[in-house]
Design a protein around this ligand. Structure first.
Ligand SMILES: [Zn+2]
Length: 182
């Protein structure tokens, strides 16, 4: 491990609008929202949590594969925070009782910079990732029936429901498993 505490700089910002993954399969990671049942979401999340935990034990966990591309450690920090944000958003939808709720903007690239993901301790992140996925899996096991269609708006105006939020979330964490070959 060479110079683990040298700031690698920001990653290339992800400005893409990924909502298209709700309507067609992802050519990269293979996720197909149409073929995914919300009842399976908790199990998918727990499986992903285990795979990230295993990836965090790799020797090259801090290595960036290319300039501007997160290391496995940085991706793991990101998905931990994605779990927290998406758990909070689902709680918000359920608390809304079927009224449209509005999600606050979350700037994932600013968060990565502020929290200095690259400096993290892999063992600590493994514990945090495991906890965050377990909490998210429990939360996404909670909605039933019509609650899955309760509405929300993202800060940029994209409409969501609890169901599409779950599918968008699952794609995100599956896509990053593909990013880190886990
Ligand atoms: Zn994908």
């Amino acid at each position: 491990m060479s110079e683990p505490f040298r700031d690698p700089g920001p990653s290339n910002p992800d400005d893409a609008d990924w909502t298209w993954v709700l309507t067609r399969p992802c050519p990269d990671c293979g996720f197909d929202a149409a073929a995914t049942d919300t009842a399976d979401v908790p199990a998918i999340l727990r499986d992903a949590g285990e795979r990230y935990a295993a990836a965090l034990r790799r020797d090259d966990v801090r290595t960036r594969p290319a300039q501007g591309v997160w290391s496995t450690l940085e991706y793991a920090c990101h998905v931990r925070d994605v779990c927290d944000v998406m758990t909070g958003r689902l709680d918000q939808v359920l608390a809304g009782g079927g009224e449209v709720v509005r999600f606050a903007n979350w700037d994932q690239d600013a968060t990565a910079q502020e929290k200095q993901y690259w400096r993290s301790d892999p063992e600590a992140i493994e514990r945090e990732v495991t906890g965050a996925f377990e909490t998210a899996a429990t939360a996404y096991g909670r909605p039933s029936g019509a609650q899955w269609e309760w509405p929300a708006l993202r800060s940029n105006g994209s409409p969501f429901t609890a169901r599409t939020l779950a599918l968008y979330f699952v794609h995100d964490i599956r896509h990053h498993l593909w990013d880190v070959n886990a």
